[in-house]
Design a protein around this ligand. Structure first.
Ligand code: ATP
Ligand code: MG
Length: 176
């Protein structure tokens, strides 16, 4: 367990960021403002080129990094985290990959349970306009040719255009 004396205001939030949307950005703004340093964990880092996980960890890293620069947020770091599919070991996996932290922002019951059992302070992570600001909604809009750009930060749309991400998602979503 990390010493609160040294890392009391260092915090962690985890998402898959497939892709990063305006809801994620609101949370990141709030957490970064409240923390000395915010670690942003890219969950399910090993997956890409799947309907639910179209973007690589590196592409998601670039999306987050570009948005943080655009926002003028500097007290953060980004850590890709692969799934272990073994919940009892997952907190150790996250701890081993991240700079020290003592606070976890999450509203996911399992994440909250696992980190609280390991002695971390859990803080609520409010949901913003969840009906629209959701990775699933953004991906569905991309596949259906709907206007997804207003749901994500401008820099995310630029990265997705740069990697031709909508075409990729449509290709892998097509029936055989
Ligand atoms: P998907 O539909 O692909 O699962 P998602 O929108 O649920 O995407 P994830 O990448 O799974 O987002 O990340 C989940 C994390 O992001 C959670 O901690 C969740 O609280 C936060 N989050 C997701 N959507 C919002 C939102 N609209 N407002 C605030 N936080 C959000
Ligand atoms: Mg989700």
């Amino acid at each position: 367990m990390v010493s609160k004396r040294y890392f009391g205001d260092h915090s962690l939030m985890i998402g898959r960021f497939q892709p990063l949307h305006n809801g994620h950005l609101e949370v990141i703004r709030k957490c970064a403002a409240e923390s000395e340093n915010l670690t942003i964990g890219i969950g399910s880092a090993q997956y890409s080129h799947e309907c639910d996980n179209p973007f690589t960890a590196g592409e998601r890293y670039l999306m987050i990094d570009e948005v943080m620069k655009d926002e003028g947020i500097t007290n953060y770091c980004i850590v890709p985290i692969e799934d272990l599919n073994r919940y009892s070991l997952w907190v150790s996996q996250v701890v081993s990959l991240s700079p020290p932290f003592s606070i976890v922002y999450s509203n996911n019951p399992l994440t909250r349970r696992l980190f609280s059992e390991a002695g971390f302070e859990i803080r609520d992570s409010p949901l913003y306009n969840r009906e629209m600001y959701s990775g699933t909604v953004v991906r569905n809009m991309m596949v259906n040719g709907d206007e997804w750009r207003p749901l994500v930060p401008k820099k995310v749309a630029e990265v997705i255009d740069y990697i031709d991400g909508v075409k990729r998602l449509r290709d892998i979503s097509g029936g055989e």
